[in-house]
Design a protein around this ligand. Structure first.
Ligand SMILES: NC(=O)c1ccc[n+]([C@@H]2O[C@H](COP(=O)([O-])OP(=O)(O)OC[C@H]3O[C@@H](n4cnc5c(N)ncnc54)[C@H](OP(=O)(O)O)[C@@H]3O)[C@@H](O)[C@H]2O)c1
Length: 376
């Protein structure tokens, strides 16, 4: 199911705190950075915070710049992004500023929390999601029912931790502020638990006044049939590689990337690379990896076209090469058409031998683009 692009946004002190332990909100960002946050808010469809942040900070979560609001309206969007919060308890003050400023509001909650919020007269669309709201269901609802394509999450630490651990985050905007809190009771950005192993990808660093903005994205592939945001990044790269293939009238242009479970790229390749007129992308990528590499069984192969099952040019087709390499997860954009081989079913072969194959059809246009001349 498609989900919104989820952007986590937070500011932390040099000692990693989101706030101090006092009753008032600690201002970590610089004035210039508050303006940057305002710009990001103006770019999204919805802004979410957890109930803990509503109780602690009583935020309004508005786009403050009249010019940015006017630009949203001129672009056919509501003046303010949808405001979203999540609470299991339903213990929220109906007088909080969140409910009485800006545009539409929605609160995701438990069945019990919904009763409490209704009794309190909270001015919002109250959506119960069972006993304990599930993040994936919540994001699906935002996407399908509310039309949210970009969601900015502005804390707090509990919500950030849950979303990152559940592998639902596309992007992190982290601001490091030049001050120290030093209080062991102060909330931290991310709590303990299971995160992706390995390193996230640094997208940008930028000084904004006296703070530094760092943008990261997760890199680790999903597991099994479940796709995570990093899968989309790697498949997009495979489709870009497909566009680099030397043209051919007798073979597809395909790109492939092999990625370890911790998000380390092991190899990338494209069809007919390095002067080999018949080499396939997955074959060329796997050939760059030591067959004894212990990361292969946990790796994912991303291929713009599903791996082949029959070929005249080499004895072993790519689906077989992948299985023989020990790889058990493949993500692809495009099922093979009958152009050269009738009823090729690389996905079927891989699945029949225990591999998970994830097809992300939203990438099919990018995968087919360099092959348009073959498709009639
Ligand atoms: N520096 C920054 O950028 C920044 C940004 C935002 C917040 N903060 C700080 O962060 C602190 C608040 O963080 P926090 O961790 O205490 O709170 P939080 O993450 O804002 O909210 C946690 C609450 O959200 C609800 N919740 C979370 N996951 C849920 C789920 N799956 N289902 C249902 N409800 C769920 C629960 O509410 P119920 O308890 O009502 O069930 C939970 O107690 C404050 O000190 C605030 O100032 C800092």
């Amino acid at each position: 199911m498609p989900l919104p692009h989820v952007l986590l946004s937070a500011a932390v002190s040099l000692d990693g705190c989101l706030d101090d332990a006092g009753p008032d909100r600690l201002l970590l960002s610089s004035p210039a950075d508050f303006d940057r946050v305002d710009e990001v808010r103006a770019s999204v469809d919805a802004i979410l915070v957890g109930a803990g942040t509503l109780r602690a900070d009583n935020p309004r979560l508005l786009v403050n710049s009249p010019e940015r609001r006017a630009a949203r309206v001129a672009g056919g969007r509501p003046e303010y992004p949808l405001k979203v919060t999540v609470t299991a308890s339903g213990d929220l003050d109906p007088r909080a500023r969140f409910w009485h400023t800006g545009g539409e509001k929605v609160v995701y909650t438990s069945d019990k929390g919904a009763r409490r919020l209704r009794d309190a007269g909270v001015a919002a669309d109250i959506v119960p999601l069972g006993a304990e709201p599930d993040w994936r269901l919540l994001l699906e609802h935002l996407h399908d029912v509310r039309g949210v394509r970009r969601l900015m999450v502005e804390g707090g630490g509990t919500v950030h931790t849950q979303l990152l651990q559940r592998r639902l985050v596309d992007e992190i905007h982290l601001v490091l502020a030049p001050l120290l809190v030093g209080d062991p009771r102060a909330p931290r950005l991310f709590g303990p638990g299971a995160y992706q192993g390995g390193r996230l990808r640094l997208l940008e660093t930028r000084a904004v006044g006296d703070v530094v903005l760092m943008r990261y994205e997760p890199t680790a592939p999903g597991t099994g049939a479940l796709a995570v945001p990093a899968d989309r990044h790697w498949l997009r790269l495979a489709c870009e590689l497909a566009a680099q293939c030397p043209p051919s009238r007798t073979a597809f242009s395909v790109g492939a990337v092999v990625v370890a479970a911790d998000g380390t790229e092991l190899a990338r390749a494209h069809s007919r690379e390095a002067g080999d007129p018949v080499v396939h992308a997955e074959e060329a990528a796997l050939a760059k990896i030591d067959p004894a590499d212990p990361r292969l069984p946990g790796a994912t192969v991303y291929s713009s076209l599903e791996p082949c099952t029959r070929r005249a040019s080499r004895p072993r087709p790519c689906a077989r090469l992948i299985l023989d390499a020990g790889v058990r997860r493949v993500v692809t954009a495009w099922r093979e058409p009958d152009t050269f081989v009738r009823a090729a079913d690389g996905t079927g072969l891989l699945r029949s031998e225990g591999a998970d194959v994830v097809v992300l059809p939203e990438f099919e246009p990018a995968a087919t683009a360099p092959n348009r001349h073959l498709l009639g």
